[in-house]
Design a protein around this ligand. Structure first.
Ligand code: DGL
Length: 276
């Protein structure tokens, strides 16, 4: 019999906390382990092999901690590593455990939001180059045209706690102008990186009012509820004690300070080494 264990939530850094926050608000009864690979963030500019390798190490770390279900709360890892992990690594390493991402739940509901069928996706360079959003949206809603914009400066702004400063305005305006110049019919924009909700206030300032912004916290948490209902065998191996543990590959002091801003509460993390 498998011992019930926390649900693992992974991101390259702090971004996954925007998803975790909403998951925990909707499912407070579960135990969670959040792992941020802050020492190696950002993942966005890295190549496929590196992102896959880093993500797999973090997933294995969460497995070593007992997690039976791991959510990649990171679009870049979901785009570049999830499929290989699900198809090649899981059957070999842990056939009964599950790893889920954030792109599919986002793309499968998109068609309900856009009227013009012109959708913008703001994401890291890695996610944009992978074309994952374009491919997935095409599967569910072939009538939607997707306009992608890489925003390579946004994650560093968030990771360095500069997202509310005046420096952020320049890059927020620049990338949004570039995106909207491709189609003035865009009526819905996906924040396709879990770091970006921290910039939401500024993003709103530079967009026409009628454009809707979709962030993933609400979407992914709703989809997780649905998943656990549909998979009682996985739900049964998720511990329910309402406890959260945080781990980072960088300085715990730094993590605690910044994560507290995301979570709106005191955070106490531990350092972990994930390299194998
Ligand atoms: N938060 C991650 C995402 O959703 C990526 C950030 C990074 O570049 O490391 O894509």
């Amino acid at each position: 019999m498998t011992t019930p264990a926390p649900i693992g939530i992974f991101d390259s850094g702090y971004g996954g906390l925007t998803v975790f926050r909403e998951i925990r608000a909707k499912l407070p009864q579960y135990d969670y382990i959040y792992l941020g690979d802050n020492a190696r963030a950002p993942y966005g500019p890295r190549d496929f092999e590196t992102i896959y390798h880093y993500t797999l190490e973090c997933v294995q770390q969460l497995f070593d901690m007992g997690c039976q279900l791991v959510i990649l709360a990171c679009n870049t890892a979901s785009a570049k590593a999830l499929r290989t992990i699900q198809q090649q690594d899981l059957p070999r390493l842990a056939p009964h455990r599950r790893v889920l991402g954030v792109i599919r739940p986002t793309t499968e509901i998109l068609g309900h939001y856009t009227k013009t069928r012109h959708v913008g996706v703001l994401a890291t360079r890695g996610t944009v180059v992978s074309q994952s959003y374009v491919i997935e949206i095409q599967k569910f809603f072939p009538d939607i045209q997707v306009f992608q914009q890489a925003c390579p400066m946004w994650v560093p702004l968030v990771e360095n706690n500069e997202h509310e400063g005046p420096g952020a305005d320049y890059f927020v305006e620049k990338y949004l102008q570039e995106l909207m110049a491709r189609s003035s019919d865009i009526d819905t924009i996906v924040l396709g990186c879990t770091h970006y909700p921290l910039l939401e206030k500024k993003i709103r300032q530079y967009l026409p009012e009628h454009v809707q912004l979709l962030s993933q916290g609400g979407i992914v948490s709703g989809s997780l509820i649905d998943y656990l209902n549909r998979h009682p065998e996985i739900d049964a191996v998720c511990a329910k004690g309402g406890q959260t543990q945080y781990f980072t590959t960088e300085s715990p002091e730094d993590f605690d300070f910044k994560a507290a801003i995301f979570m709106g509460e005191k955070v106490r993390s531990k350092r972990v080494t994930v390299e194998r």
